[in-house]
Design a protein around this ligand. Structure first.
Ligand SMILES: Cc1ncc(C[n+]2csc(CCOP(=O)(O)OP(=O)(O)O)c2C)c(N)n1
Length: 410
């Protein structure tokens, strides 16, 4: 064997493991309001600083400050709060239903609600969404009926995906919401392709897509980034850095070497880094990126700096790989609590109204769930005809499927 001349393999490891106290004091978090808002057409070469900072609007004293404050009216902020609360209450209900065997699988987004809700509100309904499995808030904000979402998760007789998709892998054509794929990263390329087509046709609709930071390690991320930059595609490329990719911490995807937002700058597009738990900041950066795209400025990459407060999915147990109270120690708090406290601070909300909203949303979710259950669950109700699995996919059935169907005799 050749002697080692000093090469040293680097295997990144998280700061703290189960049984240890969480530690976040290494994070460099600028004050809210500290980052300037650049002109929407600024040359990406001059924007490197944005990828290495953190755009924040809501101070920890609950006031909104700085150039990025989007100046939203109280009604819109209350709407955002309501959608985030609905997302969380919906998630809790659905996870419970998985636990009692009514559905096969579920994934919550607790702690990340601001990302999907603020972004859906900042975009136009005509904009096409290419999400991952952790942006159910997009559907809720765009007004999808909770009943339809539940029917899908229960794989029942009214599931618009006919039981062919894993629960939470929603598809909603009418809402410009592209079918979610379990193959990580595919949506980056699909969104860029869609955006290129939109520009080619001279339309002003843009595409927005979401992946987790772990997914930046896939080749699809890099293919999507290259095509987006080269063709100046009107697309918002979101990387939700929630610190964990199942049991792999963000350093395994390269987060210790540089920020994820800095990847955007490397490809020649703006890379904005935002406090993902700050509803107002997420809304403001999304508006900035959308305005840039609609003005011919092309793609923007946004890193949402946040924390996945619950397990990866119902098949995961985070107590095996991270300190139990890490979520509660996250220095950027909880997105719902922060927007709630801001609204209270400006005299537009109260603890009583908040409690009443929880009651109202819980009643709505319960009512919708009871109806959804009446159409069947994983272990009750009608099953689709076996023959239906051969339908809807190909316009003309390929030979091998025709043979399989014949063999089944259906
Ligand atoms: C191409 C591919 N590789 C691996 C997996 C298995 N897998 C599913 S989710 C996941 C972690 C993804 O983490 P991240 O991108 O950070 O998103 P998060 O779940 O944190 O939102 C992995 C490895 C997959 N579904 N697809």
């Amino acid at each position: 064997m050749t002697p080692n001349n000093g090469n040293k393999l680097n295997v990144p490891a998280p700061r703290k493991r189960p049984g240890e106290a969480p530690e976040f004091h290494n994070l460099d978090i600028p004050d809210a309001g500290a980052v300037a808002r650049p002109d929407v057409m600024m040359d990406p070469k001059e924007m490197f600083g944005y990828a290495n900072s953190l755009i924040r609007v809501l101070k920890m004293n609950n006031k909104a400050v700085g150039e990025w404050d989007p100046g939203l009216c109280a009604d819109d902020m209350r709407k955002g709060l309501y959608h985030m609360m609905t997302t969380r209450i919906y998630d809790d209900r659905m996870q419970n239903m998985q636990r009692v065997g009514k559905m096969s699988f579920y994934m919550k987004c607790r702690g990340e609600e601001a990302v999907s809700v603020a972004q859906a509100m900042a975009l136009d309904d005509k904009d096409m969404l290419f999400p991952s499995y952790r942006q159910q808030g997009l559907l809720i904000s765009r007004g999808r009926d909770l009943l339809d979402m539940m029917n899908h998760c229960l794989s029942n007789s009214k599931d618009n995906c006919k039981g062919r998709q894993l629960p939470i892998m929603y598809s909603w054509r009418e809402g410009n919401f592209f079918s979610i794929s379990g193959n990580l990263g595919t949506q980056f390329c699909q969104a860029v392709g869609w955006a290129v087509a939109s520009a080619y046709k001279g339309e002003d609709a843009l595409a927005a897509t979401w992946i987790g930071e772990g997914t930046t390690a896939t080749s699809d991320f890099h293919h999507g980034m290259t095509f987006a930059a080269v063709y100046n595609a009107p697309v918002i490329l979101n990387v939700v850095n929630n610190q964990w990719a199942i049991s792999s911490f963000q350093g395994i995807a390269g987060g210790e070497k540089s920020t994820f937002a800095a990847r955007g700058v490397g490809y020649g597009m703006p890379g904005l880094r935002v406090d993902g738990n700050d509803f107002l900041a997420v809304y403001a950066v999304t508006k900035w990126a959308a305005e840039r795209a609609r003005n011919g400025g092309g793609p923007t990459m946004i890193e949402h700096f946040t924390y996945r407060a619950d397990a990866h999915s119902t098949s995961d147990d985070p107590s095996k790989y991270r300190p139990e109270d890490e979520a509660e120690s996250w220095p950027l708090g909880d997105p719902i609590e922060r927007l709630k406290q801001h609204l209270i601070e400006i005299g537009e909300w109260s603890e009583e109204k908040h409690a009443a909203a929880i009651k109202e949303i819980t009643a709505l979710v319960t009512r919708k769930y009871k109806e959804a259950e009446s159409y069947g669950t994983l272990n009750s109700g009608e099953r689709p005809e076996v023959s239906s699995m051969f339908e809807d996919i190909f316009k003309e059935q390929p030979e091998h499927l025709r043979r399989q169907r014949q063999k089944l005799g259906v």
